[in-house]
Design a protein around this ligand. Structure first.
Ligand SMILES: Cc1cc2nc3c(=O)[nH]c(=O)nc-3n(C[C@H](O)[C@H](O)[C@H](O)COP(=O)(O)OP(=O)(O)OC[C@H]3O[C@@H](n4cnc5c(N)ncnc54)[C@H](O)[C@@H]3O)c2cc1C
Length: 420
């Protein structure tokens, strides 16, 4: 498609939030031929960095900060991106098309992109220095310093981040306990039937799991932290990590005309409902999505990248915008498991499991079907090739039986294919 020169004024595009969604919008705007001014305002002082390694390789000490970089200074210069660090937006005036930061500086825009993501939900039980959250590079660095071999680590919340922290802490030689009020905390992500396979990895790696048990309270002093469970049991540790979800960074938009509190509502093109000239992408944004068609937030890296691409395209092609087509892909690395998910297993029915879920380590794919028997979601463990195949099959709207046959052929290749 030929790129058109977008007609914006001299204020150009202001991207608020300098993480993966914000950086991708800026980069994609240039890719689509936008030649005007691009300013990125980010609340943090550090150059844009990527978050997934913060609970994995960076926490484990196998990546340094250079490996987290989302954009190098040379690329910022080559793309003529005006990056303002330490500029936290505090308000937006839709009438004047101006964002004000916490130092009172005014940032004028023709088009604004909200990419301010989310923050870790603070501990509702309080706690001092021994109680950690994990969202930023600073959080991960502090946690890394605290997780020493033999340290007693209690992780509250066994979702994606909590499970990864438990896994990395165990790898570092800590004694780990993980707590979650849900009986099957990974079910939302991987589907009820498969969550057990993934969760049993905790036990295989010596991590004590208390699932289906809530936290009643927490206290800490200079020596230790004590977590009191709803069963009255107490767990003493050297540090606690609270991984109980996030809250969206949208309070700065209060009074602007956008609905705030649970993420910024957008249409299928990424335009913020109620705010002309403003788009939103990534963890902060609520876009309408299939299969339900209602605006929903998704807290996955690939979602942020895809929404950023759609927003950049639509800013450049305002007269012919395209709707976002999400692949709904996410991954997680825990223990010896590379978990990959495409689609929404929790909204589908498990059709079959191909491979060896009980092998050590497991290697399998679970296929899910919708009510028309089409493949609607897949979870793979330690089998990236199967995941790539499932993504192709989903694109083709394949029948689930045809998808099963294809994966079985991949699992047990014909003898003639074994040598290739
Ligand atoms: C530890 C960790 C591990 C993860 N692992 C995975 C994984 O394995 N797989 C996966 O799919 N996803 C993973 N994710 C999720 C993924 O990283 C997020 O979906 C992604 O970072 C969202 O990007 P974003 O740019 O929308 O928001 P964020 O990354 O939250 O960035 C928002 C940026 O905006 C800035 N900001 C906030 N408020 C303001 C303001 N008022 N003014 C200016 N700037 C502001 C923030 O400082 C931040 O830099 C992980 C997340 C974390 C925290």
């Amino acid at each position: 498609m030929t790129e058109q020169a977008v007609k914006l004024g001299s204020r150009g595009v202001l991207v608020v939030g300098a993480s993966v969604a914000g950086v991708r919008v800026a980069r994609d705007l240039r890719r689509h031929g936008f030649d005007g001014r691009i300013t990125i305002a980010g609340a943090e002082e550090s150059l844009p960095y990527d978050k997934p390694p913060l609970s994995k390789q960076y926490l484990a000490g196998t990546f340094d900060t250079a490996r987290l970089s989302l954009i190098e200074p040379s690329e910022l210069e080559a793309l003529r991106l005006d990056l303002r660090l330490g500029a936290k937006a505090v308000s937006l005036s839709a009438h004047d098309r101006i964002v004000v930061d916490d130092a009172g500086r005014e940032l004028a825009y023709d088009v604004c992109v909200v990419a301010t993501g989310a923050s870790a939900r603070p501990s509702p039980w309080g706690g001092g220095e021994r109680v950690h959250l994990l969202r930023t590079l600073g959080d991960s660095a502090r946690l890394k310093a605290a997780i020493t071999p033999g340290a007693r680590v209690v992780v509250i919340g066994a979702g994606l981040i909590g499970s990864e922290v438990a896994s990395t802490s165990a790898k570092l030689g800590a004694q780990v306990t993980v707590i979650d009020p849900l009986r099957s905390p990974m079910a939302k992500l991987a589907g009820e039937d498969l969550a057990g396979v993934i969760e049993s990895a905790h036990a295989r790696h010596g991590v004590r799991a208390h699932f289906g048990v809530g936290v009643a309270g927490l206290s800490d002093d200079s020596q230790s932290v004590t977590v009191r469970l709803t069963t009255s049991e107490e767990i003493e540790a050297d540090l606690a990590v609270v991984g109980i979800g996030v809250s969206t960074n949208d309070a700065w938009l209060a009074g602007s005309g956008a609905e705030t509190g649970q993420g910024v509502e957008c249409d299928e093109y990424g335009r913020v409902v109620g705010l002309a000239g403003v788009y939103a992408a990534g963890d902060v944004a609520r876009w309408p999505r299939p299969p339900l068609g209602i605006p929903q937030r998704v807290e996955h890296w690939t979602n942020a990248v895809e929404q950023a691409a759609t927003v950049a395209y639509n800013i450049v092609h305002q007269d012919s915008p395209v709707a976002n087509k999400p692949t709904d892909y996410m991954w997680s690395d825990q223990y010896d498991l590379k978990l990959q998910v495409v689609g929404w297993p929790a909204l589908s029915t498990l059709h079959c499991v191909i491979g060896e879920p009980s092998a050590l380590p497991p290697r399998f794919a679970a296929l899910f079907a919708d009510d028309r028997n089409a493949l609607s979601a897949a979870v793979t463990v330690n089998w990236p090739r199967a995941l790539a195949e499932c993504r192709r099959l989903l694109d083709e709207s394949a029948d689930v039986v045809a998808a099963r046959d294809r994966l079985e052929a991949l699992h047990r290749p014909a003898p003639s294919q074994l040598s290739s």
